[in-house]
Design a protein around this ligand. Structure first.
Ligand SMILES: Cc1ncc(COP(=O)(O)O)c(C=O)c1O
Length: 436
């Protein structure tokens, strides 16, 4: 069963024309089209989304994690509207009643968040956290693993990308604790270690070993919770894993789709704001703070996260049943609110997800499932039913004869491609990850 709205040639032609304009004036072939979908999207509601031709899709990513309550969550929109009408929307100074209120709310939610400063994007927050660590410690070297956005300091060890003068004082240890020790010895003193938790691959014990290594090298620990802060667990990943970071970065989910990010941390470290400059004009804008306060209200009793978790559980089980029925070595696994799907044959994985999105379920291979609380049961069941025919079609068009079908090998490859870790690190830690 497909949930895609049947479309006429006329609407398809109109969409193609719009796509042509997008290509001409704004779309990146690599990042907007090849890495995503050849679609111009128009509007969304909950987990439903429509393209410019009026075709309907289901989004299992919460808009790339940004909207855990689903797009257009009514209480968030209402609060934005009310605060816009009340406040005028923008103030001449950076301190507003709502900003103070939000910083207090974060302090109550995350014990580490004694103080917070705000930005618009996750990239700004991680860059600011790195700056604060450097200013606080007086050291320049930063060790990093995982994705933290697009800013220059972090293009360090990525593929041949970015300017030739990438930050020479940032070193990627690829989640490899042995490499972290080597880099610290070679380039120390280390200001900070900043890591994005890869929750489906590395267990809490890994995170605690990382914290221990960070302390051993006298560095600050920064947990990049842009993805996990409001999705992994109430209180974020670091609370669930029993970590005591010095700084955390937050963004996705903080304001349910409105651009807002934060660096929060221990007051002593955050005091470094006095010795550097992190000013940004749009701290004056009210909408993000209004959205954040309404979002935190909606997340407060845990039912939204529990709903997203139930959706994830059902998808994980449904997809794994489909994979088993077709005897395809593929796995949906781990944390239900942010789970991964790994195919032993990545070519088949790509073909499967292409079949899925063309049937109305917007996902791509290597992307992470992050269902929103707004996902409807019938859309989950439709996705599982569609997975069956999508996989049959993908099998028809893919030669899988060379594939050995081993999960660990597939996971090593997947992790290497997605978050640039070393095979030895996945082999060492993957079995202990919290794969329920
Ligand atoms: C862990 C993490 N850090 C930082 C970022 C960058 O956030 P933004 O795209 O808002 O700049 C992302 C975005 O996906 C992320 O997942």
């Amino acid at each position: 069963m497909s949930t895609t709205t049947p479309f006429s040639q006329a609407t398809d032609a109109a969409h193609a024309e719009l796509l042509g304009r997008a290509r001409r004036f704004t779309a990146s072939q690599t990042w907007d089209l090849d890495h995503r979908f050849p679609l111009v999207l128009d509007r969304a509601s909950g987990a439903e989304v429509w393209d410019a031709a009026g075709r309907r899709y289901v989004d299992f990513t919460s808009c790339s994690g940004a909207a855990p309550l689903g797009a257009g969550h009514r209480p968030v929109l209402d609060r934005i509207g009310a605060e816009l009408a009340r406040s005028g929307g923008i103030l001449p100074g950076p301190l507003s009643t709502l900003r103070v209120e939000l910083a207090e709310r974060l302090a109550a939610l995350f014990p580490v968040a004694e103080r917070s400063v705000f930005f618009r994007t996750g990239s700004c927050a991680t860059t600011a956290a790195v700056r604060l660590a450097r200013v606080h410690t007086g050291a320049s070297t930063v060790l990093t693993s995982g994705y933290h956005g697009w800013h220059d300091w972090h293009l360090q060890d990525r593929t041949p990308m970015g300017p030739p003068d990438r930050d020479p004082q940032t070193h990627d240890f690829h989640y490899d604790l042995g490499l972290l020790d080597e880099l610290a010895a070679a380039h120390g003193p280390v200001a900070g270690v900043i890591v994005t938790p890869e929750v489906n691959f590395f267990p809490h014990a890994y995170a605690r070993a990382l914290e221990e290594a960070t302390r051993r090298h006298g560095a600050l620990l920064i947990i990049d919770e842009v993805m996990t802060g409001f999705r992994y667990a109430t209180g974020g990943y670091h609370t669930a894993a029993g970590l005591s970071p010095d700084l955390i970065t937050l963004s996705k989910g903080l304001a349910n789709g409105t651009a807002l990010s934060a660096v929060s941390g221990r007051a002593q470290v955050m005091a470094a704001v006095e010795d550097t400059y992190l000013g940004n004009t749009y701290q004056r804008e009210i909408t993000p703070f209004a959205a954040a306060l309404a979002t935190l209200d909606a997340l407060a009793d845990g039912t939204a996260l529990a709903r997203a978790s139930a959706v994830g559980d059902r998808l994980i089980h449904g997809l794994n049943e489909v994979f088993a029925r077709h005897s395809v070595p593929a796995w949906a696994f781990a944390h239900p609110t942010m789970f991964d799907v790994v195919f032993a044959d990545s070519g088949l994985g790509h073909a499967f997800f292409q079949q899925m999105w063309s049937r109305g379920f917007l996902m791509q291979y290597g992307g992470r499932f992050m269902p929103s609380a707004a996902t409807r049961d019938e859309d989950v069941e439709a996705a599982v039913a569609t997975a069956d025919s999508a996989l049959a079609a993908a099998l028809e068009e893919t030669d899988t004869s060379h594939c050995d079908g081993d999960l660990l090998t597939a996971a090593v490859r997947f992790a290497g491609e997605r978050f640039v870790t070393t095979p030895a690190t996945v082999e060492r830690w993957f079995d202990g990850a919290d794969r329920q």
